[in-house]
Design a protein around this ligand. Structure first.
Ligand SMILES: Nc1ncnc2c1ncn2[C@@H]1O[C@H](COP(=O)(O)OP(=O)(O)O)[C@@H](O)[C@H]1O
Ligand SMILES: [Mg+2]
Length: 235
């Protein structure tokens, strides 16, 4: 069967083969397989199914039909879809809360929720993909990541829209503490650019690619923008 390269991934080279996706296994492949298996058992359709490993050692996942926004030209996610994203996050947080997979933490977090890791149908989110760095965590970590990536929070965004859309996310998820939410956005932005810089300095290929594409500077600017508007966003 033919292999069709999938656009959008910065980290690996995901390809589509028929109704499946093949990509390099994540660092903790055992955990991710268990998590996707858990979602399948519960009948939750918001994630791809884990279908094992192929003859080249690649992870095999079910292909989720729909549109994945890609590139700078992708239109922003509207308020209605944004609220639906937050509700979809709430769904898998509720499923994993108190489970063995949450490892004594609040929930299992996706840890990389963004439009490019979301499949939309008819303009609404139906699944999150790319669970490679999922792990036990705090609800606010995913909610903050959604704010950063989907609102989004950074230069070029009108503050009045950002303030409204952070509230759309918080209300749809059922998250009350806006100040902690914004603090956690800053935590993500700060650790993101530092992580890319450190990884690139060590020669990790994906991090070198990200740095060379200007992502360190862009995320630092987003951090500074969020610092600047944090009082209004978090009030
Ligand atoms: N299960 C899936 N169903 C549909 N499309 C997928 C699926 N997995 C990956 N893709 C497509 O491949 C791209 C890259 O995959 P992803 O898992 O996000 O890799 P990366 O780790 O490189 O970001 C995604 O942006 C999406 O377009
Ligand atoms: Mg991805």
């Amino acid at each position: 069967m033919s292999e069709e390269p999938l656009p959008g991934g910065f980290v690996g080279a995901a390809v589509r083969v028929g109704a499946t996706v093949r990509k390099a296994p994540p660092a903790d492949a055992v955990f991710v397989r268990r998590l996707l298996g858990f979602f399948a058992e519960r009948g939750w359709s918001g994630a791809p199914r884990s279908l094992g490993v192929d003859e080249f050692g690649r992870e095999v996942l079910s292909f989720v039909d729909g549109e994945v926004p890609w590139g700078a030209g992708a239109p922003p996610v509207g308020d209605e879809a944004l609220a639906a994203v937050a509700r979809l996050v709430r769904e898998f947080h509720e499923l994993t809360a108190g489970s063995v997979l949450a490892g004594g933490q609040e929930v299992v977090c996706h840890h990389d929720l963004s439009p490019g890791n979301t499949v939309f149908r008819g303009g609404l989110p139906v699944a999150f993909i790319d669970w490679d760095i999922a792990g036990p965590g705090l609800r606010v970590q995913d909610v903050a990541h959604v704010c950063w990536q989907f609102v989004p929070l950074g230069p070029g965004v009108a503050v009045v829209d950002a303030v409204r859309r952070v509230r759309v996310v918080a209300e749809a998820y059922g998250w009350g503490d806006l100040s902690l939410l914004v603090e956690t956005v800053l935590w993500w932005q700060d650790r993101c650019w530092r992580g890319i810089e450190a990884g690139a300095a060590e020669g990790v290929p994906a991090m070198v690619r990200l740095r060379d594409a200007g992502v360190v500077g862009a995320v630092r600017s987003a951090y500074e923008w969020t610092v600047c508007h944090s009082a209004r966003l978090g009030r």
